[in-house]
Ligand binder design. Structure first.
Ligand code: URP
Ligand code: ZN
Ligand code: ZN
Length: 467
């Protein structure tokens, strides 16, 4: 199969230039300037010509933080690998890296098998796994090496959720030491869960049960404290560290300071922290439950430092932390007790569009948009140059993006398997027009044309940023 994407502005992390793209099979075969005289010949021999006139031609989005069908809070996130990867494709994301979750008392490798069984044959776009290690012991530590050999080269640990996913400082230290041996990247959910549990217990004892209390009992100071502690532990072991879903200005300051000192510390933020705030958690009645995630949505003044962090590269990646729970049945579990509201929000479909609003607002350049949404996550998680760039030899994961089309985000029109939108009614400028996943057109003319099982498991190499 030969496809030509013609007439667009190719945007890579290194810059933008008008170019036509020749796809042969699953890979990008060549790029040519439109006036180079090559494209007519390519088009004549092509099975399909995609007209990208007036549009951007982007490397497919890489969402390095999703939770499809994840057991959490007594329920399971509502997108399966099948539904969630279709929604990803609609939003211009052609790779997800999802989290396998080791339950306490189980083995890491059996967990990996379990997650392979869930995803195999289901995904519409390519996927990889990180491993959540919730039970750090001699066996789990050895199994981390086997995971790296199996293409799962990053491990998430939790400083939050005591009794469930929580890792002690000693656990963290041991896992970090293991990572220095096998080259893996340690990812950290940095919130001081022990202190938070005290604040939660006091709020409930005082009869404060509404969703907004979720935010008030997880203050930014406790994210900053945990972030700083994780950084110190990483410094002691020499392990690289990636802070996930960073939400607040003081946590960002801790990351910036470590980076300025030359430490291998990286961080991602998520669209919800850039566009939503604790005012959403405080919506009347139980409506705020839709916005319960951890770390929580912050006061609006945290947003400007996060945008600045994206510009200065103190924040290197934007992922979604897509973890949807239906409002009607699942968020309902916490009515009358905010601590029982399943933590997580939907978002895998909207990351590229939301970040494009940042481009329009002058917060990000076009190239930086591509860098934080595609190129850097690909490099951070050992997928580059297969993913994250429009270049000869790379997988033909290509998004044709119309920067002038308009759309209104809504649960009535989105493709995620969840009964609400966190961005209901939001007017967006820009829209995904056509998506290729490894050379196959999976979205065109407002129609999904892909298939479950097209998406393949990606064995990932090591992070490419470490020194
Ligand atoms: N973030 C969140 O609230 N839910 C998903 C699990 C996690 O990433 O901590
Ligand atoms: Zn987390
Ligand atoms: Zn998450």
């Amino acid at each position: 199969m030969r496809t030509v994407v013609r007439g667009g502005l190719v945007v890579n992390a290194t810059g933008a230039a008008p170019a036509d793209v020749l796809v042969e099979g699953e890979r990008i075969a060549a790029l040519a300037a439109p006036d180079a005289g090559l494209t007519d010949g390519w088009a004549a021999a092509a099975d399909r010509v995609v007209d990208a006139t007036g549009r951007y031609v982007l490397p497919g989005g890489v969402d390095a933080h999703t939770h499809m069908e994840m057991p959490f809070g007594g329920t399971t996130s509502s997108d399966t690998f099948a539904t969630g990867t279709v929604a990803a494709a609609w939003g211009g994301t052609t790779t997800i890296v999802d989290f396998a979750v080791q339950a306490k008392g189980t083995s890491v490798l059996s967990t990996l098998d379990e997650w392979h069984a869930k995803a195999d044959g289901q995904c519409a776009v390519d996927y990889g796994f990180h491993m959540i290690v919730s039970d750090v012991n001699d066996n789990s530590l050895k199994e981390m090496d086997a995971c790296v050999a199996a293409g799962v080269s990053s491990f998430k640990l939790f400083m939050a959720y005591p009794g469930v996913l929580y890792a002690t400082d000693g656990d963290i230290l041991r896992a970090m030491r293991q990572a220095t041996g096998n080259g893996a990247l340690i990812m950290m959910h940095a919130e001081n869960g022990i202190a938070i549990d005290q604040l939660v217990a006091r709020a409930l004892a005082e009869g404060r049960t509404a969703p907004v209390e979720h935010g008030l009992t997880r203050p930014p100071e406790l994210e900053a404290e945990a972030t700083g502690r994780a950084i110190q532990l990483a410094g002691v072991t020499g392990a690289p560290l990636y802070i996930v879903h960073l939400s607040s200005a003081p946590a960002l300051a801790a990351v910036s300071q470590a980076r300025d000192a030359g430490q291998n510390v990286f961080a991602e933020t998520c669209p919800q922290y850039l566009f939503l705030s604790i005012e959403d958690l405080a919506r009347p009645g139980f409506e705020g439950a839709k916005f319960v995630c951890s770390p929580p949505l912050r006061p609006v003044e945290h947003q400007a430092p996060l945008w600045r962090g994206l510009r200065t590269n103190d924040l290197s990646v934007v992922s979604t932390d897509h973890c949807p729970f239906c409002f009607a049945e699942q968020k309902e579990l916490g009515r009358g007790d905010f601590s029982r509201i399943p933590n997580g929000m939907p978002g895998v479909e909207h990351r590229m569009d939301l970040l494009h609003q940042g481009v329009l607002a002058g917060e990000l350049s076009l190239a930086r948009w591509v860098e934080v949404a595609s190129t850097t996550p690909a490099r951070m998680f050992g997928l580059y140059p297969r993913k994250g760039v429009i270049a000869p030899g790379s997988d033909a994961d290509i998004v044709v993006y119309d920067p002038t089309a308009t759309q209104t985000l809504s649960a009535a029109t989105h493709h995620m398997n969840v009964d609400y939108s966190a961005y209901e009614g939001m007017e967006i400028t820009g829209k995904v027009d056509t998506v290729l996943s490894r050379g196959r057109v999976v979205l065109a003319d407002d129609t999904f044309t892909g298939a479950a099982g097209h998406g393949r498991f990606l064995r990932r190499d090591l992070c490419q940023y470490l020194h």
